[in-house]
Write a protein that binds this ligand. Structure first.
Ligand code: AMP
Length: 175
């Protein structure tokens, strides 16, 4: 079955605030053929890349990463907002448009010296993934690639995520 992923991405104007076009992936999750397409594509793209674990950002990123981890038989490492993880964590603050945010990972979850694919559902500015990449590297692993189902390249995420290669399944050119 051929899937046009665009058909499964709900576009919601002015969410969560005026002027933002929100690309909603919950409509992929509710269509098993589209969800399976995404996971099979990820598996195909990374099958020869020796990916040894997958890390993902709370919360929508978990959904794709967990299915990918199951498919590839590799660990999945959750990266969460501050205060959610009970064990010893590494944490990283980063700037949002008008505020600061902080993400954390269990340091014991990071496989030292291994190749960790970093994922999220959608890559906008790349700020969150940039902070997440720092955490994984600080924890002693490598990040050979960053994956997002959706990319918004006009927000220049490639610049901030350089030199890590970034792969997306579908890109949009406006917000
Ligand atoms: P960023 O750090 O700017 O790349 O984006 C942080 C998070 O915000 C990502 O995990 C996305 O899920 C979400 N996000 C940002 N912009 C949008 C958008 N236009 N539509 C849907 N999700 C978005």
């Amino acid at each position: 079955m051929t899937i046009n992923l665009d058909d499964y991405i709900r576009k919601v104007p002015d969410f969560p605030k005026k002027g933002i076009l929100f690309y909603d992936i919950t409509s992929i999750l509710c269509a098993p053929a589209a969800f399976r397409y995404c996971i099979h594509k990820m598996a195909e793209i990374y099958k020869n890349e020796n990916i040894e674990a997958v890390a993902a950002i709370e919360a929508r990123g978990f959904l794709f990463a967990a299915a990918f981890a199951y498919e590839m038989n590799i660990p999945v490492i959750p990266i969460r907002k501050k205060g959610k993880l009970p064990g010893v964590t590494l944490s990283k603050k980063y700037d949002l448009e008008y505020a600061q945010a902080e993400i954390e990972v269990h340091s014991a979850d990071i496989p030292r010296g291994k190749r960790v694919l970093l994922t999220d559902d959608l890559i906008a500015t790349g700020g969150t993934l940039n902070a997440a990449r720092s955490l994984i590297i600080e924890g002693g692993a490598e990040v050979p690639s960053i994956f997002g189902v959706v990319g918004l390249p006009f927000l220049n995420y490639k610049k901030i995520l350089d030199p890590t290669p970034v792969v997306t399944l579908i890109d949009y050119q406006s917000e």
